[in-house]
Design a protein around this ligand. Structure first.
Ligand code: ATP
Ligand code: MG
Length: 558
């Protein structure tokens, strides 16, 4: 029992304690509440995995709630993308909810509050209101409109609602305490006038509720037991409780706001607003550009739901903000893809290799295992012939003893094929190598069982048969920002740290079996990395995105 306690995170501990005191198991209910003002990013994945993970653990419902109270920034496109991402991660919500579905209820409650002397219409400008706020050490000043009569307040509020007052004319404020040490309690704004069409309620409303007024009330309407949000909302908790107190009756279960730390990822930014800038300024091509830390970008890049969930679970929930190294996310991708991605051969930077003692015109189909980590993955046949491509960097005319690849006079194995020996190089007039000539040992075929096939040579190279190979576009991605924390410099804007070399497009040669690869199919290009077929591919002409290299090359650079 003690052991089980130890492994609970602090959020689970809160729930366990509440189950001893306030809540019954069947009272537990959670929600994930995105604002549809952009695409979800890897930070949201943490919140999704937290809330839906608790739902799975406690067998409790989890709502997907769109916090759509600001029509200036919100769009249906974002609603659709958010739903797709949550589903793709493998989670199912109990109900699809919208704060905008509660606009009428919120309005009715606000009228009640006016009648009870808990809210008033302020006709000052936002600048004037700001000037009266005070400071953390100085109390604020009361608005000259604070003591309007209920009748006048009701009449004005109704005019605001109908769009009969100018946009910046009035706001509705809660009447709390201008001397409160918590500045958020100094008569916070509940409604502002906004004559803007909403993606769901269209032109019905000319006033829109503020976050603090809408969020807890939405939680209350949906009977959410625990409302988890990020740490910056800690000072809002008092206001959250104050509002819920006003709309609930005695004995009713009230939702609890609790806070956890935001997760940041190195070499990128996790803020919808900043990601939108990257899209709008053309730094990336779209929200789902494979360089983006969005869930849709990671998906297109070749990440699996499993890898992302593993990542979120392994970093867990915390009480303090910190920066997670993107290398950890890449590690999670490698770990998952290693188990599931079929192995293939592809040459990214080709040089021609001619086997001079291999009969011209002859071809062989050699058996190659699809995944040594998964026997059930079976095998396939790959063509072998006299002319192949190998990787330029796998050959050196002369090299020291530590170079275990191809050199003149030394032997290496061609993966799934034969042992070859470098014989000579052919160069153009500028001295560039155009062909490498070698000889092969016909008895050394992999898996043939002969003594020669068992012979140990130091290096094994990947290759493709030149005449069979599929020429294909390959997109190599690197980090989107060249520094660990693009937001960390007070003097400079994060945009200044964009890595100009985050995308390199090359033409490579891959084995012909890949002609039939479909969008989103994932492969390990042996000795290189993991790749995924991009959605811009045409039938028979796959474009590959590099998901991640086989090894962490950045660790070496550091
Ligand atoms: P952004 O600044 O990117 O718009 P947000 O917090 O405003 O983020 P919301 O759509 O309001 O975005 O977030 C939905 C939920 O996801 C909230 O509960 C929020 O606290 C959580 N969340 C957002 N970003 C992170 C993050 N980096 N780490 C953990 N949780 C996050
Ligand atoms: Mg937000």
């Amino acid at each position: 029992m003690a052991e089980e306690k130890k492994s609970l995170n602090f959020i689970e501990q809160i729930i366990e304690e509440d189950l001893q005191t306030t809540y019954k198991k069947e009272d537990l209910k959670f929600r994930f509440p995105p604002e549809p003002n952009g695409y979800l990013h890897i930070g949201h994945a943490s919140s999704i995995c937290l809330n839906f993970g608790l739902g799975e653990k406690y067998n409790a419902p989890v709502n997907l709630r769109f916090d759509d109270t600001n029509p200036i920034k919100e769009e249906q496109e974002f609603v659709d993308a958010i739903k797709e991402d949550v589903l793709w991660l493998g989670f199912k919500w109990e109900k699809e909810c919208y704060a905008s579905d509660y606009f009428q209820q919120l309005y009715d409650w606000a009228v009640e509050m006016i009648k009870n002397g808990d809210a008033y219409v302020d006709s000052q400008t936002s600048e004037e209101i700001a000037l009266q706020k005070g400071t953390p050490t100085e109390p604020g000043k009361e608005s000259p409109y604070r003591n309007r009569s209920v009748e006048e307040n009701i009449e004005l509020f109704s005019k605001m609602k109908n769009g009969e007052t100018p946009e910046r004319g009035h706001v509705l404020r809660a009447k709390i305490d201008m001397t409160s040490p918590n500045m958020l309690m100094r008569d916070p704004v509940m409604y502002r006038c906004l004559h803007k069409s909403h993606h769901r309620t269209n032109d019905t409303w000319k006033i829109y509720p503020m976050y603090d007024w809408a969020h807890g009330e939405s939680d209350f309407i949906e009977s959410i037991s625990h409302s988890f949000c990020t740490l910056e909302f800690l000072p809002h908790r008092e206001l959250y409780n104050w509002f819920v107190e006003k709309v609930s009756k005695e004995g009713e279960l009230k939702p609890k706001q609790r806070e956890f730390a935001r997760r940041n990822l190195s070499h990128t930014v996790v803020s919808k607003r900043k990601l939108m800038q990257l899209v709008e300024k053309g730094v990336v091509n779209s929200w789902d550009d494979p360089r983006m830390p969005t869930i849709s970008g990671l998906r297109r890049r070749g990440y699996t739901p499993n890898a992302i969930r593993k990542f979120a679970d392994s970093i867990g929930v915390g009480k303090r903000e910190n920066m997670i190294d993107v290398a950890h996310l890449e590690f999670c991708a490698r770990e998952d893809l290693n188990k599931t991605a079929p192995r293939v051969m592809g040459v990214l930077d080709p040089v021609k290799l001619v086997i001079t003692n291999y009969e011209e015109g002859k071809e062989e189909w050699l058996e190659a295992e699809n995944n040594p980590e998964d026997e059930s993955a079976g095998s396939r046949e790959i063509p072998f012939s006299r002319e192949l491509y190998i990787e330029k960097e796998d050959f050196k005319e002369s090299a020291n003893r530590k170079f275990f690849r191809l050199t003149l006079g030394k032997e290496v194995r061609l993966k799934n094929a034969y042992i070859i020996k470098g014989e000579e190089v052919v160069k153009d007039s500028e001295g560039n190598i155009t062909e490498i000539h070698c000889t092969y040992d016909p008895k050394s075929k992999s898996g043939s069982g002969t003594e020669e096939s068992m012979r140990k040579v130091k290096g094994t190279l990947h290759w493709v048969s030149a005449k069979h190979a599929l020429e294909t576009e390959i997109r190599l991605y690197d980090r989107l920002f060249s520094v660990e924390n693009p937001d960390g410099d007070k003097e400079k804007d994060y945009m200044e740290f964009v890595n100009p070399d985050s995308l390199e497009v090359i033409t490579g040669f891959v084995e012909p079996s890949l002609k039939s690869a479909g969008v989103q199919d994932k492969f390990q290009f042996q000795r290189i990395g993991y790749f995924c077929v991009d959605k811009e591919s045409e039938e028979g002409k796959p474009i590959f995105n590099r998901t991640v290299t086989l090894r962490d090359s950045w660790a070496k650079i550091k």
